[in-house]
Design a binder for this molecule. Structure first.
Ligand code: ADP
Ligand code: MG
Length: 701
């Protein structure tokens, strides 16, 4: 059936009419035949199975039972009445209940005649009961067309109240298939269909709505999911490609003196293979004509900073300036100090700019930036201010990107007439394939290897009641010369409460770890930046042994001598946050520990989080669990990418299909960038429609 016909307003479908059309529109966004066709079932129920009453489970599942009504009565209740029928088979009895439409049921239901009933079965008042069952006389049931798998469509309360039940939607769908004679235009190329052994579009649509058997249902689902993901990937990849062609970047063709000098004389360690690979990938970008827009993913402690530094040297070698932006002042300072030290003998001018930079210093920075004298600027959001103008910014690096929005990233773009190369670094691992699919506009590099000699951090979970033992352990570690973090949650909504927790905690630690033997630093959000830095510095220098803090220390801070991370109320932290916190330790040669303190009250999710932390140090594995617990909604990028509005695929569960879809989209674009081969005509046509209408499923049929 051609797609024009499918654009017919739904009101014209037999059995719909203006009222239902209106409800379908407001509740499900269905206004055309096409929309209805693409209303995919949430799930299917196996209708080949019949239960005996004594086989029913208290799981509130949909079941199908054969039996008969032996008795029916009206029961008065506080509000209105309900109709209750006693339903039996040869193994037991159950109740059928109606709250609405009682008159009709009473007049039409047959007593002592076999029925097939279908519906959700509850355990209520010591009995199984089924409210508003679907009922069919066994005699008719045996004669009629057998539905193998019953599709269950998305529904809302309003839909049900207005009589648009699952059954009604099913009827409409049947009508639609009759009208279209079950024929729908193909939307994937013959090549793809052959290679992936897919069923045709018409077959897929038929079997998603009226599955003939389980095997065909699975094939229909695969085909439709693949198609949905394929066209999204095609769009993302094509966009990325055209961006690269459109936006020319500065060409850094010199691997010059500074880069080489640093590499031979000042690099304090051997690069890991992963670091080498990533630097190579970056160099390839910078040397090409295109503007780099690259995401560098690497677990905490994997050594992203040195990669950033060497990339900046490439920029300077090519006579450009570079900047590095960090989300907090502490982190910006740390980068500044570290980088300054590494470059101390190379005569490169570096400065730091944050919210607390004094006006006089600021003025000098502004001037030296514009003259080009200043080569590297490190700082916070302060870098984004309009007053900060570069002579020729060639490279902008953003650390811990999830703290910055897309808008801020784009601000960096506009520091020059021509956008600088951009490298965003994040330690929040997103499963790799997922990241690739979400960030159409970013290329991805991954440092998947830690520097050698790191001992895996030992993680344990302890209840608050074991606090004394934990304190004793801390004392031992301090005796060995180690330093300790104690971190409290800080959640915006209950800031005052959290602050109190932190202060109470601090006092109790201060009692158990008295001066002068023990020195304690405290850092939290209510302090002035200067005070924060002062306290932080004392800890970095080793003047204090314990750092009590809120999550401000979460990102980036590097104190190799700190070997114990204690997380208070760990059940209140998300997985990725816990992993970030743990990454603050394990940076030196000593065995490090992470102790997750919780109360005894734990939800299932928090138990899973704690168990995962104890079990593994692998950020990517943790990210997978996190994704399963939270769903992709919280992940950065998901909103913009449209990946959340999928109709049939699920980016987490269908990750394998996603990979396949991406692979093929890539292959097609590589072999036939303009989609001109005869074999790709269908794809080209579909793609044009999607771009035009900004909606994949509108035109995919
Ligand atoms: P992150 O990726 O979390 O930003 P950093 O760049 O802060 O990690 O590096 C963590 C620590 O590892 C730093 O002390 C750094 O000097 C060190 N480091 C980085 N790369 C290597 C390497 N190849 N060999 C040994 N130590 C390294
Ligand atoms: Mg870092």
């Amino acid at each position: 059936m051609n797609s024009n016909y499918l654009q017919t307003p739904i009101v014209y479908l037999k059995g719909v009419g203006p009222h239902r059309a209106e409800t379908l529109k407001t509740e499900l966004g269905i206004s055309t035949y096409q929309d209805l066709l693409n209303l995919f079932p949430n799930r299917h129920i196996d209708k080949t199975k019949y239960y005996k009453i004594n086989q029913l489970q208290r799981s509130n599942a949909d079941v199908q039972v054969i039996g008969k009504i032996v008795h029916i009565k009206t029961v008065e209740q506080k509000k209105g009445k309900r109709l209750v029928a006693k339903f039996i088979d040869d193994t037991g009895e159950m109740e059928l209940v109606w709250f609405r439409g009682q008159k009709w049921i009473k007049e039409n239901i047959k007593i002592n005649v076999p029925y097939v009933i279908f519906g959700k079965c509850n355990w209520f008042n010591g009995k199984f009961s089924m409210p508003h069952p679907e009922m069919e006389l066994l005699e008719n049931h045996e004669k009629g067309v057998k539905i193998v798998m019953q599709p269950i469509y998305p529904s809302t309360e309003k839909l049900t109240n207005r009589g648009i039940t699952n059954k009604v939607i099913n009827k409409m769908m049947q009508q639609l298939f009759l009208d279209c004679k079950g024929q729908f235009s193909e939307s994937l190329s013959p090549g793809l269909i052959n290679e992936l052994n897919l069923i045709t579009k018409s077959e897929a649509l038929f079997n998603i709505h009226f599955p003939k058997n389980l095997d065909l249902l699975a094939k229909a689902q695969f085909r439709l999911k693949f198609e949905e993901l394929f066209y999204i990937q095609l769009q993302l990849l094509a966009k990325n490609k055209s961006r690269k062609q459109r936006i020319k970047g500065f060409v850094f063709d010199q691997v010059g003196t500074l880069f080489n000098q640093f590499f031979t004389d000042y690099l304090p360690f051997d690069l890991t293979n992963a670091q080498k690979r990533v630097i190579k990938e970056i160099r390839a970008d910078l040397g090409s004509n295109a503007q780099m827009n690259r995401l560098l993913q690497g677990d905490v402690g994997s050594g992203k900073t040195i990669v950033a530094l060497m990339t900046m040297l490439l920029a300077i070698d090519n006579d450009y300036q570079a900047c590095l932006m960090a989300p907090t002042e502490i982190l910006a300072n740390q980068h500044f100090n570290g980088i300054q030290e590494l470059l101390s003998d190379m005569g490169i001018k570096i400065a730091i700019l944050t919210g607390s930079t004094k006006t006089s210093a600021r003025k000098i920075i502004h001037k030296e930036l514009e003259s080009g004298e200043l080569k590297i600027l490190i700082g916070t959001h302060a870098l984004l201010e309009d007053k900060v103008k570069f002579k020729n910014l060639g490279l902008a690096i953003v650390d811990e990107q999830h703290r910055f929005g897309v808008a801020q990233r784009s601000k960096l773009w506009h520091k020059n007439e021509k956008p600088p190369h951009i490298l965003v670094m994040t330690a929040t691992p997103i499963p790799r394939t997922l990241a690739m699919s979400l960030y159409g506009d970013l290329d991805i590099s991954v440092i998947d290897e830690l520097p050698p000699g790191r001992k895996p951090i030992k993680t344990v979970h302890r209840y608050d009641s074991n606090r004394l033992k934990v304190f004793a352990f801390i004392k031992d570690e301090i005796k060995k010369g180690r330093q300790i973090y104690v971190v409290y949650p800080l959640i915006q909504e209950s800031e005052a409460l959290d602050y109190k927790d932190l202060m109470d905690g601090y006092e109790s630690i201060a009692r158990d770890f008295p001066k002068p033997e023990y020195q304690i630093s405290i850092v939290h959000g209510k302090m002035k930046p200067a005070d924060k830095d002062f306290e932080m510095e004392r800890f970095v220098k080793g003047e204090t042994q314990i750092m009590v803090a809120t999550t401000v220390i979460e990102v980036g801070v590097n104190v190799p001598n700190a070997s114990v991370m204690i997380v208070e109320s760990a059940e209140r932290f998300g997985l990725s946050q816990l992993h970030q916190l743990r990454g603050r330790v394990g940076r030196g040669a000593d065995q490090s520990f992470c102790i997750l303190m919780t109360s005894h009250k734990l939800t299932n999710d928090s138990k899973t989080r704690l168990e995962t932390m104890v079990k593994t140090n692998d950020g990517f594995e943790i990210a997978e669990v996190d994704l399963k617990l939270r769903g992709p909604g919280d992940l950065m990028g998901t909103q913009q990418s449209g990946m959340l509005h999928l109709k049939i695929a699920d980016i987490v569960k269908d990750n394998d299909i996603l990979k396949t879809a991406r692979l093929y989209a890539n292959k097609i674009l590589k072999e036939d960038p303009t989609l001109e081969h005869a074999n790709n005509l269908v794809v080209r046509h579909m793609y044009a429609q999607i771009i035009k209408h900004k909606n994949i499923w509108n035109y995919i049929s």
